[in-house]
Design a protein around this ligand. Structure first.
Ligand SMILES: [Zn+2]
Length: 252
């Protein structure tokens, strides 16, 4: 090695000259590997290439992993602040069709005794079936939407019910305040949560749930979540169960 402008560089000094063939190849490969390497005088140490300071940070590693692993999406993640994080995460997973429905487990080659819907046993349990087309969940959605003064027609699927608020026409949206629509979306998210929980209770604990009981559970749980997360409005329970649009009044 020799010193040039404060940096140490390599100056080869072999006992005999490099022979051709494998030795020459290894020499070229070594020269290629250390090309651009600059040795500095001072103690040896590790340097983290992802930070200009050379110091390791979890953040820089996280950003690099996200760049490599996560697919790029310009779609905004839906997040309703009136329901808990666990509910938003469940809806996010459902949006990506990542819930462990029997159809999805089968696609991952997991051995199942049946891929039929555990609630009706009439069709394959896909996300769209469980959350919309199934007669069991269809009854729940009818009760929920009627409760809010909306009627459902035609075939239901997951995207239809979950994006119902976003897809309302501008004229329809004008009939409600943005806050009412946000609360109705929170009710829809709560229903997705309850449908998934009731499905799991049937699969893992053989517990049956009828549509009316789930509807009442959605009413009480969404009331609890929304009224506890909403600082500017007050919810009246009696009005909530009869006409939720009238149950919301500003706190003065
Ligand atoms: Zn079904």
């Amino acid at each position: 090695m020799f010193k040039l402008n404060d940096h140490l560089s390599f100056a080869w000094n072999w006992r005999r000259s490099i022979r051709g063939g494998r030795e020459k190849e290894e020499m070229e490969s070594l020269a290629c590997l250390i090309q651009g390497v600059e040795l500095k005088s001072g103690p040896d140490g590790w340097s983290w290439a992802l930070e200009s300071s050379g110091k390791f940070t979890v953040k820089s590693l996280r950003v690099k992993l996200d760049e490599k692993i996560l697919s790029l999406s310009h779609e905004k993640t839906r997040w309703n602040p009136l329901v808990p994080k666990k509910v938003n995460i469940l809806v996010w997973r459902a949006d990506k069709d990542s819930l462990a429905t029997r159809c999805n487990l089968d696609k991952r080659c997991i051995d199942l005794h049946s891929i039929l819907c555990p609630m009706c046993e009439e069709d394959v349990e896909s996300l769209d079936h469980l959350m919309g087309r199934c007669s069991w969940s269809r009854n729940i959605w009818n009760l929920i939407f009627n409760w809010w003064g909306f009627s459902l027609s035609g075939d239901l699927d997951y995207k239809y019910v979950c994006n119902f608020v976003n897809r309302l026409s501008t004229e329809k949206k004008r009939m409600f305040s943005p806050f009412h629509l946000q609360i109705f979306e929170a009710v829809i998210f709560t229903s997705v949560w309850h449908i998934w929980r009731s499905r799991n209770a049937k699969v893992f604990r053989l517990k049956e749930s009828n549509s009316c009981d789930i509807f009442k559970d959605v009413q009480s749980l969404s009331f609890c979540w929304v009224s506890n997360r909403c600082k500017k409005f007050r919810l009246d329970w009696d009005l909530w169960v009869n006409n939720p649009m009238l149950a919301i009044s500003p706190i003065v």
